[in-house]
Design a binder for this molecule. Structure first.
Ligand SMILES: Cc1cc2nc3c(=O)[nH]c(=O)nc-3n(C[C@H](O)[C@H](O)[C@H](O)COP(=O)(O)OP(=O)(O)OC[C@H]3O[C@@H](n4cnc5c(N)ncnc54)[C@H](O)[C@@H]3O)c2cc1C
Length: 412
């Protein structure tokens, strides 16, 4: 059995026995989230490589990590994670490591105390408007676009009928605008009109948040899934290691692509390095910080369960937090207590106490990221992978697929 040691019950304790430096390996992987763990398994199993995986946190699982909180409720420590995918390959692959509990996510928007299903659908219209007006609107939408259509609000605005304009304005102001301002810290003028235009109204009564064919939650939680994924004799996991303690680069190239060789614990290293951390950190922010939004996560404990009417409530016109999530809806944990998470969105300042969550998409930031990426391009064995290293948002299934495809390339 591998030397993998896990800390599900006491994640803050990194035992000394697991702090041993990564020994000789064929592939060094930085980060034990989905990106790092999936490729670790593939390189170890399919490639027969000796894989050392280092992780700076005291636990595996990256942002999908879950554990019992102090009241015994199973929580997602870095925010709620709901699994959904349209990729058969991803689903089959993950199903090797977990059974799934059927779960379809539902979200309600709290609009001045009224709870409306989101994405905004025919059910939402019936909840938001008086019966006559709701019937007019739903009949109009069905006749014009057909049941099952997704109509961006910009389309509704283009329509001749003033009722549809009214609906578009209602959705924009009550569901989209303030929520988006809170999430991105932006003013209405800064909100990209192209994104606004894409906000859909669903001509449907299907009020599931995701429509993917495979949806669910891992029966024993995400951490257990990662434990199984990393349980392979060719994999060793080293918790409590920050990449820069171990990896260094020889810098003898050109100014835009200076790194020419990798050193591991001071020794030249010819193997693969799969890096799933932030590239700006690895290059000591020589071009400045890559901007992100972070979250202040506040957990509230209750002596009853359930506390709210759905797994997630989006506060689209009130409150400083963007949304609340009650974990027992996701996990179906049989417990009389409950924990509800409030998410406050704010700018990431790069301090160790914060976690970089959402990259801020934009031309300038993308150009800065490309400058960072260029630094590493002469290192043929160095591969940035994942939401931080690629500076882009991935859902879990998307990063699993990306990691499997990188493994395909490397093992070809
Ligand atoms: C609040 C929130 C909610 C989300 N909800 C969903 C959802 O419902 N459904 C869904 O499909 N997706 C969701 N996602 C997306 C999901 O979290 C990502 O797809 C996934 O985390 C990407 O995996 P990753 O391995 O790239 O990154 P991560 O999970 O962040 O893993 C990277 C790991 O690398 C480690 N690391 C970083 N730098 C270093 C370093 N220098 N040295 C050592 N270790 C390092 C980190 O500690 C971390 O453990 C959500 C994301 C957020 C932010």
């Amino acid at each position: 059995m591998s030397a993998t040691i896990f800390y599900r019950e006491a994640p803050q304790k990194v035992s000394e026995q697991n702090r041993g430096a990564p020994v000789a390996c064929d592939a060094l992987i930085v980060g034990a989230g989905f990106a790092g763990s999936v490729i670790a398994r593939e390189l170890a199993e399919r490639g027969g490589m000796r894989v050392a995986l280092i992780e700076m946190r005291a636990h595996i699982g990256g942002n999908a990590y879950d554990c019992l909180d102090e009241t015994g409720v199973l929580i997602h420590t870095y925010g709620p994670h709901i699994y959904h995918t349209a990729s058969e390959r991803v689903h089959e692959w993950l199903t090797r490591f977990t059974a799934w509990r059927a779960y379809e996510h539902k979200v309600l928007a709290n609009v001045h105390g009224q709870l409306l299903p989101v994405p905004f659908s025919l059910s939402s219209i019936e909840a938001a408007f008086a019966p006559d007006r709701a019937r007019q609107l739903t009949d109009l939408l069905k006749a014009r676009y057909g049941l099952g259509a997704r109509v961006p609000i910009i389309e509704l605005r283009k329509a001749a009928d003033p009722l549809l304009h009214e609906l578009a304005d209602y959705v924009y102001e009550n569901i989209f605008l303030q929520y988006t301002m809170k999430q991105w810290g932006s003013t209405p003028e800064q909100i990209d009109p192209l994104i606004t235009a894409r906000v859909p109204v669903l001509v449907d009564y299907d009020d599931r948040y995701f429509q993917d064919p495979w949806q669910g939650m891992p029966c024993d939680g995400y951490t257990a899934l990662f434990e199984k994924m990393l349980d392979h004799p060719n994999i060793t996991v080293h918790l409590g290691y920050e990449a820069r303690e171990i990896i260094a680069f020889e810098e003898t190239g050109t100014s835009d692509a200076p790194f020419t060789a990798v050193r591991l614990a001071g020794q030249p290293f010819e193997g693969l390095v799969i890096y799933t951390g932030a590239l700006d950190e690895l290059a000591e922010q020589r071009f400045g910080l890559l901007p992100y939004r972070t979250l202040d996560l506040v957990y509230r404990h209750y002596d009853r369960n359930p506390v709210q009417a759905a797994a997630t409530i989006n506060f689209t016109v009130s409150e400083a937090y963007t949304r609340t999530t009650e974990f027992t809806w996701l996990t179906a944990q049989d417990i009389a207590l409950s924990t509800v998470l409030e998410e406050y969105s704010l700018a990431y300042d790069g301090s160790p106490a914060q976690t970089a969550y959402y990259p801020i998409v934009g031309k300038e930031n993308q150009e800065r990221y490309e400058r960072y990426r260029m630094l590493f391009t002469r290192l043929s064995g160095f591969h940035p992978l994942g939401r931080l290293a690629e500076y882009r948002y991935y859902n879990m299934d998307q990063i699993v697929l990306r990691a499997l495809e990188l493994a395909d390339d490397l093992l070809r």
